[in-house]
Design a protein around this ligand. Structure first.
Ligand SMILES: C[S@@+](CC[C@H](N)C(=O)[O-])C[C@H]1O[C@@H](n2cnc3c(N)ncnc32)[C@H](O)[C@@H]1O
Length: 234
């Protein structure tokens, strides 16, 4: 079982997403459990203050280091400990795999202007970003990361094949999918998918995956091509 600790100012925010869909089913099946930790519980003043003004001046409030350090100590958290951060290293499928094979994962959610840098610099903490944009809080990012991790746990998906044929699993974007009807508003499903010829279908899907990856994600394509070599490349 994978235990995921979530340190946040808004634990109540997670009630619906952690109880629904894959995350909820994985918990019900005993594959994962979620421990929600209120950051304010690790303050010691009357106002339960978690933030303060930034040294050097400037707008916004910075989350103080002490509550994060004390929460991690009480949890006895071991790596991987992830601070969700817009300046972090990009979260990739390989990280989801890495986190999914462990026993425990701890996620630290920032908020407001920033988190005191000493949290990121604490031993065992890694800063992770879910994309090149800024969210208002780490909660959305944590949920995104958790979903990517939990769906990889054996038994979390009804049909593991559906993870293995998803984008990024083998370094490529996935080919497009179609279902009935065969024609809708003048748009026809590619003939090959209706042919019943499994070899041709597999070949078409591979070609689509490669073409999409090359066109939309030259960064992924360069890595994939470097590892596998393009068909036809000497
Ligand atoms: C308003 S943001 C702070 C942004 C920070 N001042 C910066 O420019 O990098 C508040 C919190 O949201 C979370 N966050 C925002 N964007 C994120 C992203 N792309 N990936 C992961 N977490 C993010 C982090 O926990 C961050 O501390």
């Amino acid at each position: 079982m994978l235990t995921i600790n979530l340190v946040t100012l808004f634990p109540e925010w997670f009630a619906a997403p952690l109880g629904s869909s894959i995350l909820g089913r994985a918990a019900a099946a005993g594959l994962a459990r979620y421990r929600l930790v209120q950051l304010r519980d690790y303050t010691h003043d009357r106002h339960r203050t978690v933030d303060d003004t930034p040294y050097g001046g400037g707008a916004g409030m910075v989350l103080k280091p002490e509550p994060f350090f004390e929460a991690l100590e009480e949890l006895r958290a071991e790596p991987p400990i992830v601070l969700l951060s817009a300046r972090g290293c990009p979260f990739r499928h390989a990280d989801a795999v890495r986190f999914s094979v462990g026993q425990e994962l701890t996620l630290l959610c920032g908020h407001y202007k920033d988190v005191d840098q000493r949290v990121a610099d604490r031993e065992g903490v890694e800063e992770v970003s879910v994309g090149d944009f800024v969210l208002s809080g780490g909660e959305f990012a944590a949920l995104c990361l958790m979903d990517a991790v939990v769906r990889l746990l054996p038994g979390a998906l009804g049909d593991h094949e559906s993870a293995a044929s998803d984008s990024h699993y083998d370094g490529l974007l996935s080919p497009p999918s179609y279902t009935r009807p065969p024609e809708y508003r003048g748009q026809a499903v590619p003939e090959v998918l209706l042919s019943g010829d499994h070899a041709r279908i597999a070949e078409w899907r591979r070609a689509q995956a490669e073409a999409l990856t090359r066109a939309r994600r030259p960064d992924l394509w360069a890595r994939y091509d470097g590892e596998h070599g393009s068909p036809g490349t000497p």
